[in-house]
Write a protein that binds this ligand. Structure first.
Ligand code: C2E
Ligand code: CA
Ligand code: CA
Length: 854
């Protein structure tokens, strides 16, 4: 080290300069600090402004989406009605008010059920020829509602109808914001109706977006206090959105995240500022004093030199402790210098690499490193990501920063970013995969599907989308625990994957929902055989510790391009088909049938027929006996409704109950069932119960308690002998209302049973919190019972649960003696099913009961 050689004169000079430089230095530091705080303040305010702006934009998009979804729904509804042969016959040339209003084809239900305040038919000459306002038939012209010329609208609706489309938009109607949907009447696909020449009449639906409705709509999309404001009344500074077609301006209340940020951070910054000022003050005092002392004393100078040496050493230590290493290469890109850290970080010997080509060690992610160096397009001080094999033989990744040394080569640092890259990869993977099963998630599936659709599938080589939902999975979770449920899901994933080829995709998109994207299927038969294999695979028993569990699956199928060529539509269609499959009795599959019009027509016909059926006495009741398993005594009978249709023959409840529910006919139907069943039971011995099924829609309207009470009074049946069977859908709609009604029913003295237990989603929790007297295990569980036990563990758990809650447990759908034996083994209370007795007519059950009780 250089020897210190100090001239006393310079010491004297130093005395003055040390003190003043210290002061100048501190002043500069303070100014710098002040500038820094100012900068932070400015930055904060600008970040807050940005945040507010971004949040405003997001909300704006949310609102646009919300309004668009309302438009879409309205358009598809008007389409259903307008492209319908019957509507064309009865509304296009001449309006058949009886058909349209009195027979409820285009009547008050459009308001009461679907919420359209205005329904109009405008004929070819622009005249409004039919109008239903808030469910009432009235003579109001559509022009009275719309402050705009209507001809362009009619022309657009007719043009859209050519492509099978309806149009919808937001408008000002009757003084408020409203959604308008219009479609020209066409015969649809009804082969019996011919389109006539000339412009078609146009059907217009208008639903007003009243303030409460807007608020509710906004809330669905997480937007507070959505409202319409008059065009001139847009308050400054409040976020707003001008609607298309001058339909108005909407406003909402913003969360102001930027403001929240300021409120949170500004006090912190101020406190930090105070602390810094205090510290600066202390430092100033100390360093001024130190400078004075230093100036006055040679020994102090020596000490400070020593301190400088220490701090240099400290700096070197810090540099060497950093995770970067420093390198230099010559113009031939051969290493000429590698810092000490090279050896420590890479596990290689730096000395051996000197003179060797950089290419031999490092590979850039853009190819050969030397090629990257020579690329003239790159910036002079660029950064490149490279990989190399470390001393341990593993691949590591580093980021190289490069600076050119003119005429001599390059130098720079290399930072190890292996962990960072790995973490990024992991996050990317997680964002695309389901954590439990490792299958693709919805995001990945959508990307994959879109990619496949870009390859333009053909009718011969379609892309097949399968939507799979497990049947009877929920009880496994509920009764055997989540670990068991997870285990089953993992096994299901593997079984599904086992049925597919490598380039097809299986995704898990919800609890027990999966989606498969399959290419290269040459025929529907091949798709069916895949579905068969999938279901067979899932129906194999699952072994979980000491349990053997049986589940099944339903599959919905949609194909591109036959059904749709857009990913979103394809997904929706596969889901619709899945519902059909579940409706079709589960563990089966259904292809999406695009032929919705035909179904609407058939349904409307059945609807009209059902109206007559009750009046014409075409309904009848069968009764299926239920037995106590212990002593084989008759416990009661379940009333099951049938419809003797004059043309279609005998129809089961599954065909017409859903229609009755949708049209409100369920009330007269159910009244008839209740009355007929109770009257029949009044003639049976006291100990035989009668069970009647109720529909969930009866809980939403129609004074259920009063109706049941009236029937009991009228038939004189002892209320304790009447059992009402409810499914879990009753409680899904509005738990409070349901509980209220159920308590009302219990107060009458009747019994309540939960039907189809185990098929719903939350049966278990409902059972605990609602006043049930018994439960009926769904027949799908009984099917899984066999001589070797099968589903027995789940049944056993259900029976145990029933016992704990003091409920009578009935097994439905008992078809074999083995099943009955298994039920007896687990001490199930009662059984019902074809093995014991099929449903029979009133006379037969009367005779059976007489025979039993003699
Ligand atoms: P549910 O309440 O589960 O009724 C039992 C159904 O299982 C009946 O079908 C019955 O015929 C059938 N079944 C009985 N034993 C066996 C068996 O051993 N194996 C098999 N595979 N099936 C068996 P049904 O009569 O077709 O009734 C279907 C559903 O329609 C009923 O299911 C019930 O939810 C509904 N339903 C029937 N009558 C009425 C009614 O009056 N009002 C309402 N709201 N719904 C009703
Ligand atoms: Ca039932
Ligand atoms: Ca049932």
């Amino acid at each position: 080290m250089e020897k210190l050689n100090i001239d006393p004169k310079s010491l004297l000079k130093g005395k003055v300069s040390n003190l003043s430089t210290a002061r100048a230095y501190l002043l500069a530091c303070s100014l710098l600090l002040l500038a820094m705080f100012l900068l932070v303040g400015v930055l904060l305010v600008s970040i807050a402004a940005h945040l507010n702006h971004d949040a405003g934009e997001h909300t704006r998009i949310d609102i646009e989406n919300a309004l668009q979804s309302v438009e879409k729904v309205a358009a598809s509804t008007v389409k259903d009605y307008a492209f319908w042969g019957d509507a064309y016959i009865h509304l296009h040339q001449q309006v058949d008010v009886d058909w349209a209003f009195a027979r409820q084809n285009l009547g008050s239900t459009l308001f009461t059920d679907l919420g359209f305040e205005g329904v109009f038919v405008v004929d070819a000459s622009g005249r409004t020829v039919y109008s239903v306002i808030e469910g009432q038939l009235q003579a109001v012209a559509v022009q009275d509602w719309l402050p705009m010329p209507i001809e362009p609208l009619l022309a657009q609706a007719r043009e859209a109808a050519v492509n099978g489309q309806a149009l919808s938009r937001l408008v000002q109607a009757d003084g408020t914001l409203a959604v308008l949907a219009a479609a020209a009447l066409t015969p649809g696909i009804d082969p019996n109706v011919k389109a006539e020449a000339g412009p078609a009449a146009v059907l217009i639906f208008i639903a007003k977006l009243a303030p409460q409705r807007l608020v509710a709509l906004g809330q669905e999309f997480g937007v507070q206090d959505l409202r319409v404001v008059p065009a001139g009344g847009v308050a400054a500074g409040v976020l707003s959105l001008s609607l298309r077609d001058n339909a108005g301006v909407v406003q909402w209340t913003s969360d102001d995240p930027g403001h929240q940020l300021l409120v949170l951070v500004v006090p912190l910054v101020i406190v930090a500022g105070l602390i810094f000022t205090l510290m600066a003050w202390v430092i100033q005092r100390r360093s001024t004093a130190a400078a004075r002392v230093m100036d006055s004393n040679y020994a102090t100078l020596q000490a400070s030199r020593a301190a400088l040496a220490v701090s240099e050493e400290r700096f070197r230590d810090v540099a060497e402790a950093a995770s970067d290493w420093i390198w230099e290469v010559d113009t031939q890109l051969r290493f000429t210098y590698l810092s000490e850290r090279f050896d420590v970080i890479t596990g290689l010997v730096g000395a051996k690499w000197l003179g060797l080509a950089a290419d031999d060690l490092l590979t850039s992610d853009q190819g050969l490193l030397s090629a990257w160096f020579k690329d003239h397009a790159r910036r002079p001080n660029a950064i490149v990501q490279c990989s190399y094999l470390c001393g341990g033989g593993e691949l590591r990744i580093c980021r190289l920063s490069v600076r050119e040394i003119p005429g001599q080569g390059y130098r720079g640092t290399a930072s190890d970013i292996t962990e960072e890259v790995e973490a990024r990869r992991r996050i990317e993977y997680l964002s695309q995969h389901d954590a439990l099963t490792g299958l693709a998630n919805r995001t990945r599936m959508q990307e994959f599907l879109e990619g496949k659709l870009k390859a333009v599938p053909t009718l011969e080589r379609p892309l097949v989308m399968l939507s799979i939902d497990l049947d009877r999975f929920k009880p496994v979770n509920d009764l055997l625990g989540h670990a068991a449920g997870d285990d089953v899901l993992n096994q299901v994933s593997r079984r599904l994957q086992g049925c597919l080829r490598g380039d097809d995709l299986v995704a898990r998109i919800g609890g027990d929902e999966f989606m498969l994207v399959v290419a290269d299927m040459s025929s529907p038969l091949e798709v069916e055989s895949l579905c068969r294999r999938l279901i067979d695979g899932i129906e194999q028993p699952f072994y979980l510790a000491e349990h053997e569990v049986f589940i099944s699956a339903s599959i919905g199928i949609a194909m591109a391009p036959a059904d749709a060529i857009q990913a979103e539509e394809l997904l929706r269609y596969a889901d619709i088909a899945l519902y059909e499959a579940k409706d079709g009795g589960r563990n089966t599959w259904r292809f999406y049938a695009g032929d919705m019009n035909a179904r609407i027509i058939e349904r409307r016909q059945l609807e009209a027929d059902l109206r007559q059926a009750i009046k014409n006495g075409e309904l009848r009741l069968d009764y299926q006996p239920r037995y106590r398993i212990e002593d084989k005594r008759l416990a009661g009978a379940e009333a099951l409704v049938r419809w003797q249709h004059p043309r279609r023959g005998l129809l089961g409840p599954d065909v017409f109950i859903p229609i009755a529910e949708e049209t409100g006919l369920i009330l007269p139907l159910s009244n008839w069932v209740l009355y007929t069943a109770c009257r029949a039971a009044a003639g049976w011995p006291e100990e035989v119960m009668i069970s009647v099924n109720l529909s969930s829609t009866e809980f939403q309207r129609g004074h259920l308690v009063a109706r049941v009470k009236a029937v009991l009074v009228e038939t004189g049946l002892n209320p304790a002998r009447l059992e009402l069977e409810l499914t879990e859908s009753v409680m899904l709609n509005d738990e409070k209302v349901a509980l209220n009604i159920m308590q009302g029913l219990k107060a009458l003295g009747v019994r309540l049973l939960m039907d189809d237990f185990g098929t719903g989603y939350s049966s278990l929790s409902y059972l605990r919190s609602f006043p049930f007297d018994g439960l009926k295990i769904d027949r799908s569980f009984i099917r899984g019972l066999n001589a070797s036990g099968g589903d027995q563990s789940i049944i056993q758990a259900i029976v145990g649960l029933g016992r704990a809650l003091s409920l009578t447990v009935t097994a439905e759908g008992v078809e074999t003696i083995d099943q009955l034996k298994a039920l007896k083994d687990v001490q199930c209370d009662e059984a019902q099913g074809f093995y014991l007795s099929v449903p029979m007519n009133a006379q037969a059950i009367g005779e059976l009961i007489a025979g039993c009780t003699d």
